[in-house]
Design a protein around this ligand. Structure first.
Ligand code: GLN
Length: 485
């Protein structure tokens, strides 16, 4: 077994026991990157020298008695989290050369816990997409099957972890971008409750929906990373003032008495039969373990795509107004007036999908249309939240598929935005409602593509998700698997 194949928890044990050094572990990941990165394209930026220096420092600290909970563990960071001194592109030409002067809160947390940052991971431009194909610096591939998408928008965050290029990563999830790529790449992804993790230094897409969360090879690693990144931050006004529990304590065996909700709307038309088989097997595992299965309805599920694709672009159009060539990134050099400079910079710097979203959002927010679109969407958003609140009176966790199908071929959907949007149908509502959601590996399709199982919980009940996921993982004997190519 190579060091890069270890989970974070396993690696920490070896590091603490002195059987492995962080330098050896980091070199093992860098070697793995050398082997697979040419095909996988998980990274926008790799800083090997800095990673080795961080690892040397971690080894020194450990010898001095320090005990950070990620001390010496090599990780990757989605390229929309600000990293001091390392360029942060958001997958966009407009930020191609943007080097932030500060670290995002979660990056600070990772550094304070002793994590070694290997580099920045590929993603859809400004996190808008479901396949990472709109990234301007390379399209990540699914490590399980050549020519297939890794998912998105945190595609690089998933392919890097699934292939062993790093032991874990951070992604962001505005409408499914942690859970969906985790599902398509056969790893664990957790979107925390809105407000659990600071958004300070996360480049904003849709501020009322965005959350940062971990991608990892097993559930124990997910809990470990949640312990590090969660907690109040006064620099984010939506960050909750509350204690962070020890999430690792949630990993207890046994689901006796757990009430597991099965929403009928998530198992409807268009669901791939293999995805259905795998999720139904997950339900059976929990039932056999003594859980109570509760059939329920989330009646406004049908509206979530329409609501999301009004609210997210509306917020994006406002957030992305700041890229005007003045304060950040690209600036057109030939323009002869300020207005022309704005226009030329934004025309050249943004890709087609980003422009589409800005147009939709600006339209939906314009006077005369605001009430008809944004206000109406916000009202329906409340109905979606009410559905969940009602559901969590009769169950503790909701189980469902993450995506209607396993991964598809690169290029297959890229020119069809509507069918791309529809692939998010099962993940969007957790963001609209602000509740936590998770994807845990459930099995493989006949073609050998991984399929995840989605778990959703009540606000701030990540502990229930972790416990449920842990039991599914144990029963299936999955977790810590690495795509072998
Ligand atoms: N696929 C969704 C979108 O394109 C969600 C993206 C995300 O979660 N960042 O908006």
């Amino acid at each position: 077994m190579q060091p890069y194949e270890l989970t974070m928890v396993q690696a920490m044990e070896k590091l603490d026991a002195g059987e492995l050094s962080s330098v050896e572990l980091t070199q093992s990941c860098l070697k793995r990157i050398g082997e697979v990165e040419k095909d996988l394209k998980s990274f926008v930026t790799i800083d090997a020298d800095s990673a080795i220096r961080q690892a040397e420092n971690a080894d020194k600290m450990r010898r001095g008695g320090a005990d950070g909970s990620l001390l010496g563990i090599p990780l990757g960071i989605k390229d929309l989290l600000c990293t001091k001194g390392i360029r942060t592109t958001c997958g966009s030409k407009i930020l191609e050369n943007f080097v932030p002067p500060y670290d995002a809160a979660v990056v600070e947390n990772i550094k304070n816990a002793g994590g070694v940052i290997l580099g920045k991971l590929t993603m859809d431009e400004f996190a808008m997409g479901s396949t990472s194909e709109t990234c301007k610096f390379g399209v990540p591939q699914n490590p399980w099957k050549e020519g297939y998408v890794a998912g998105g928008s945190s595609g690089g965050s998933a392919s890097s972890v699934a292939s062993g290029e790093c032991l874990g990563s951070l992604g962001s999830d505005t409408g499914g971008s942690i859970r969906q790529p985790a599902s398509l790449c056969g790893i664990v992804g957790l979107k925390p409750t809105y407000g659990r993790v600071s958004r300070y230094g996360l480049v904003a897409f849709a501020s009322s929906l965005d959350q940062v969360g971990p991608l990892s090879r097993d559930v124990a690693d997910s809990a470990l990373m949640m312990n590090v990144i969660s907690g109040h931050d006064k620099r984010d006004s939506t960050s909750m003032k509350m204690e962070t529990p020890d999430f690792s304590k949630s990993l207890v065996e046994g689901v006796k008495g757990l009430r597991v909700g099965v929403p009928e709307e998530y198992f409807g038309e268009g669901l791939d039969p293999e995805v259905r088989r795998i999720v139904e097997n997950g339900i059976k595992i929990l039932k056999d373990g003594g859980a109570e299965i509760v059939n329920l309805s989330l009646p406004h599920t049908d509206y979530c795509v329409a609501v999301y694709y009004l609210i997210a672009p509306a917020e994006a159009s406002s957030n992305l107004a700041r890229y005007d060539g003045v304060a950040y990134g690209l600036r057109d050099q030939k323009a002869e007036s300020l207005l022309e400079m704005y226009k030329e910079t934004r025309s050249a710097g943004f890709g087609a999908e980003v422009k589409r979203r800005i147009l939709i959002g600006t339209y939906a927010l314009s006077s005369g249309y605001y009430d008809a679109y944004y206000k109406k969407a916000s009202q329906v958003r409340t109905l979606i939240l009410n559905d969940f609140n009602r559901a969590f009176e009769s169950c503790d966790v909701i189980i469902s598929p993450v995506t209607p199908t396993p991964a598809w071929k690169i290029g297959e959907n890229v020119d069809d935005p509507l069918s791309m949007y529809l692939s998010d149908i099962l993940t969007l509502s957790a963001n609209l409602a602000g509740i936590p959601g998770m994807s845990v590996p459930g099995g493989f399709s006949d073609k050998g593509l991984p399929v995840g199982i989605q778990l959703q919980g009540a606000h701030f009940r990540e502990d229930v998700l972790l416990k449920t996921a842990y039991n599914i993982e144990k029963a299936l004997g999955m977790g810590s698997q690495i795509a072998s190519r």
